[in-house]
Structure formats: structure tokens, C-alpha cells
Design a protein around this ligand. Structure first.
Ligand code: CO
Ligand code: ZN
Length: 329
């Protein structure tokens, strides 16, 4: 199996911030519909695809949404004030180009700051490069969302794109569905909504499926760049088996299962402890009477930026581990 660059680019190029996942959901449906036994979209917008079986009920979850910005006010001159949808820091976005669902764009600018004044969201605005305030009023409304505009590209071994978080998790699930292993297990692939604003979609999906075991697929940070995060995970180190983050401590049985499956199938893996953040496994493991849960993480640099970086071989190892988990006893 080779890395399907075309599919990953399509996934990353979809405009689908939290609560507006329809574009990417349509793309995923078109990719998997011929490979699945049952498919439905729940009331919140989660896409739930099932490979039927009579054995253990396994839930996988990757989130469809991406971080973005939302217009809070359009001023008389035609500048847009905004807030964040998901984790975006004001000081990291000045000068970036944002794109809206209708294709219109704007650049993020900052008011003049006094000495030592901190950069906050309230000092920033979007300039949509129009001298026609009427045009701006007619085309940009309070509540409209935008996402980073950036070019997808690859190097020999890595991918650089926006929304690797978590379109790479969606990609891995799509590839696993297309190459689903022979198994009696009853396997649910959830493509969840609104993870970036507080793992909301996974909460209802976990409740409705009521699985025996759950594994989320999501990106994680790395300690291999110069950003000062002290962490063991690195690009090219293989699938990361999460041990703990702020939303969950991985169940010992799940940690042991993922470790054993990696060793039995010669899958390259590394253990991950993330000191911040959470995943869909957070709400799912607390659903109903509790669900033994874990996470297969994709090591990613520059998380929540317009240019997230991950390694293609790590992705291949994650697909192998997901497939082994889907068919595990
Ligand atoms: Co995220
Ligand atoms: Zn994520």
C-alpha cells in the first residue's frame, strides 16, 4: 500500500471548521460507501460507518472538523473582527491568509500596539482587501467562519498541510475501511464533529454505539523540534500509543493490546505522554458505565498551525495497527 497523496490533499483542502463539517463528510461518504455495510449520519452530524460482525464491538473515531476563526463584528470601514473556533493563538496568526466557505479571502492584521502591549485576539482584524464597505457587508456576516489558506505539499518522507489535525486520522480510517481485515468483530468507524471545541460529537457517538473497546485516531505533538516541548515522541518513530493526556489515562488492557499487536505484527511504535490536550477517547471512555479506551496518535509538528507536518511512514504504521486492532480477539 502506498501513501495516497491525492486523497490526503483532498481531505486537507476541504473547508470544514467545527460545526460546519458537511464538505468533508460528503467527501468521506463518497470514498467509503462501496466498502461499508451500514452508514448513517446522527443528529449532531457524526458520520458512523459499520462493518458488521457478531463478535467484539470495536469503535474507532477520528474527527472531521478543523480549527478556524468566526466573525464577531463587521465594522463601518469593512474590517472584520473575529474570535477563534478551537485552539488558535493570536501571536501565531498575524499575516496569514484566511479563506471562507464562499472562497473569499482576507489577511490577518494587527492594530498598532503600545510598548510591551500583548498581542490578543481583540487587537487583530481581517482585511478582506476591499475599499467597498457595502460589498463587505453583503458578503461577510457575523457567524461566518474561515480557515487557514495554505498549500498542501510533500517532501520525500513528509506531508505539510493545514488540518492534518485530524484529516490524517480520517485518512487512516478510510484506508482501513477499504482494506478491512477478515474478522467477526462488529466494527464502527466514527468520523466525529466538533472535536476542536471540546470533543462534543464523540460524546453522543460513544453513547449510541456503546462499544466494548474504543480507539481514537488523532495527531499528537512531538519533542523533536525546537519548540521546547519536553516529550519523547518523534516524527519517523512510528505509531504513537497514547499512555495519557489531559482527557484520559489509557486503560491498561488497551495499552497492552496495542503494544502486543505492534510487536506481533512488526509495527513500529512509540509510547506517548502528552501534557496538554485531549481526544475523542476522552468523552467515549466516560460514556455510560465506562469504555476501555486508547488512542493511536500520529506524531505531528506545528500542531494547530497552517503548516502541520507529519511523516508518511508513521501513517502506514498507524494503518497497520488500526487494522490489527479491528480484527483483535
Ligand atoms: Co486539534
Ligand atoms: Zn485533533
Amino acid at each position: 500500500m502506498n501513501f495516497n497523496s491525492e486523497l490526503m490533499k483532498e481531505l486537507s483542502d476541504c473547508f470544514s471548521p467545527s460545526g460546519r463539517e458537511n464538505n468533508v463528510r460528503e467527501l468521506i461518504i463518497s470514498e467509503i460507501k462501496d466498502y461499508i455495510d451500514e452508514i448513517r449520519v446522527d443528529a449532531l452530524g457524526n458520520l458512523i460507518a459499520r462493518k458488521k460482525g457478531t463478535g467484539k464491538k470495536v469503535l474507532f473515531s477520528a474527527h472531521m472538523d478543523q480549527i478556524g476563526l468566526i466573525i464577531t463584528h463587521v465594522d463601518e470601514k469593512g474590517f472584520l473582527r473575529f474570535s477563534n473556533v478551537g485552539g488558535i493563538h493570536a501571536k501565531e496568526i498575524i499575516g496569514l491568509t484566511m479563506v471562507f466557505d464562499n472562497g473569499l479571502q482576507g489577511v490577518i492584521c494587527c492594530e498598532e500596539l503600545k510598548d510591551n502591549e500583548k498581542i490578543t485576539m481583540s487587537k487583530l482584524y481581517i482585511d478582506v482587501a476591499s475599499t467597498d464597505a457595502e460589498f463587505v457587508k453583503n458578503n461577510f456576516r457575523v457567524g461566518d467562519m474561515c480557515v487557514f489558506k495554505s498549500e498542501y505539499y510533500e517532501t520525500k518522507d513528509c506531508v505539510v498541510c493545514r488540518a492534518a489535525d485530524d484529516r490524517i486520522g480520517c485518512y487512516i480510517q478510510i484506508e482501513a475501511i477499504k482494506n478491512h481485515p477478515a474478522t467477526d468483530n462488529d466494527v464502527y468507524y466514527v468520523f466525529s464533529v466538533q472535536e476542536e471545541v471540546g470533543t462534543r460529537g464523540a460524546k453522543t457517538a460513544g453513547y449510541s454505539i456503546d462499544p466494548d473497546i474504543a480507539v481514537a485516531l488523532d495527531v499528537t505533538a512531538t519533542g523533536d523540534s525546537l519548540d521546547g516541548i519536553k516529550m519523547d515522541v518523534k516524527l519517523g518513530g512510528g505509531a504513537a500509543i497514547k499512555i495519557m493526556d489531559k482527557s484520559m489515562i489509557t486503560h491498561s488492557d488497551v495499552k497492552n493490546l496495542l503494544t502486543r499487536l505492534s510487536e506481533e505484527n512488526s509495527i513500529q511504535y512509540q509510547y506517548e505522554v502528552l501534557e496538554f490536550g485531549g481526544t475523542d477517547a476522552g468523552p467515549i471512555h466516560l460514556s455510560r458505565e465506562g469504555v476501555p479506551s486508547g488512542v493511536i496518535s500520529i506524531p505531528t509538528r506545528n500542531l494547530h498551525s497552517a503548516a502541520e507536518i507529519f511523516n508518511k511512514q508513521d501513517v502506514m504504521e498507524c494503518i497497520k495497527l488500526l487494522k490489527a486492532t479491528a480484527s483483535s480477539k
